[in-house]
Design a protein around this ligand. Structure first.
Ligand code: PLP
Length: 370
């Protein structure tokens, strides 16, 4: 494949810091890079605490567990997201309450959230899908009115900015992913940030098997091994040093795709409401296309060496989430999922590459939907 959907960019101190961990022998979950990475990550969001984890999925689980979410509690999550958002709720034996998204920004719809609140609701997990900030002002005021935790799923949105500030800086806890295709990567990796001293302390204890912080090998709680390694943190720190450049390059890719694709009136872009979308993976809706036609377009592009992805399938469609009560409930997640296609987005794509990919997409779309 000439154009992958994503690929990491290691142009800074990644190798140097990684070798340093090997030379020092500190390769597991104790080491100076973990502390540095956590400190810098918290500072970059103006938050008091950052707790590094082994991946983004368990960052979400850790956050929910620290907030005391347990069996029978309900947690409101978008129907259109990566599966981990909903699964993390199930890991607590709580109930994910799938909620429709807005057709314009593809993020959880605050009005739908209001309708799904019950006396058992404990938390809301807004997701900033494809790097586009959710409507945090409205979500935070709903949470305040109803005394709910807000756990932001920022897995795809490091560096995005909404009117409430930097994405991740306004919820009780916010969770990030550093998987290989993310804005910055540590291979596998995740982070929880918070301003709440108690929640941070609980996350640190639960991340380390529930071990008492003063008494080694004494466990007051059932915890997990969710720790990040010093090797992951070494790569993460080097990536974070380059965050500004990485975001600027993603902005350029976003602008080039938008300019090249807006000539086709059936191509619809995520509405950013004027916020800073970090263009995790450039994704559009091809209005009116069927799922079969969309898949045919993807295949056609693959044959021309361009890798693409469908938008996530609605969670309610998964066999272990499907439930009669969802019938007819979701209008927008279904449309966005059916019509959506993600295009190669990574540092190193030139304007010429983007022109080529966009031209090929327009050609395939017109040929296969004629
Ligand atoms: C919205 C969202 N939430 C959670 C995750 C889970 O992160 P990880 O793959 O690091 O476990 C991802 C990762 O792909 C994601 O896109």
């Amino acid at each position: 494949m000439k154009y992958n959907i994503a690929q990491p960019s290691f142009l800074g101190n990644e190798k140097k810091y990684l070798i340093d961990t090997i030379d020092s022998g500190w390769i597991s979950s104790i080491g100076a890079y973990i502390e540095k990475f956590e400190k810098e990550f918290a500072a970059c969001h103006n938050m008091k605490h950052a707790v590094a984890t082994h991946n983004g999925t368990i960052a979400l689980h850790l956050a929910l567990a620290a907030c005391g979410v347990h069996e029978g509690d309900e947690v409101i999550v978008p129907d259109l997201t990566f599966i981990a958002t909903a699964n993390s709720v199930q890991y607590c034996r709580a109930i994910p309450v799938l909620t429709d998204v807005s057709l314009n920004d593809w993020n959880i719809d605050p009005e739908e959230i209001r309708q799904n609140i019950t006396p058992r609701t404990k938390a809301i997990i807004p997701v900033h899908l494809y790097g586009n900030p959710a409507r945090m002002d409205e979500i935070l005021s709903i949470a305040n009115e109803n005394n709910l935790f807000v756990i932001e799923d920022c897995a795809e949105a490091l560096g995005a900015i909404s009117p409430s500030g930097k994405v991740g800086a306004s919820g009780h806890i916010s969770c990030f992913s550093f998987f290989g295709n993310k804005i910055i990567t540590t291979g596998e990796g995740g982070m929880c940030i918070t301003n709440d001293d108690e929640l941070a302390e609980r996350m640190r204890i639960l991340r380390d098997h529930g071990m008492n912080r003063q008494k080694k090998y004494w466990y007051d709680h059932l915890g997990f091994n969710y720790r990040m390694t010093n090797m992951q943190a070494a790569v993460g720190l080097a990536q974070l040093e380059r965050l500004g450049d990485l975001l600027a390059m993603r902005d350029r890719i976003y602008d080039s795709y938008k300019e090249a694709l807006q000539t086709q009136p059936q191509f619809i872009f995520q509405d950013t409401h004027g916020n800073r979308n970090v263009n995790w993976i450039f994704t559009i809706r091809m209005e009116g296309i069927t799922e079969d036609q969309r898949d045919a377009v993807m295949l056609d592009l693959k044959q021309q060496s361009i890798d693409t992805r469908p938008v996530f399938y609605p969670i309610h469609d998964m066999p272990f989430y499907s439930n009669e009560k969802y019938s007819g409930k979701f209008k927008h997640s279904i449309i966005i999922s059916r019509e959506g296609i993600s295009l190669p987005t990574y540092i190193g794509l030139s304007d010429d590459d983007i022109q080529y990919i966009s031209g090929t997409l327009i050609g395939s779309f017109e040929k296969l939907t004629a």
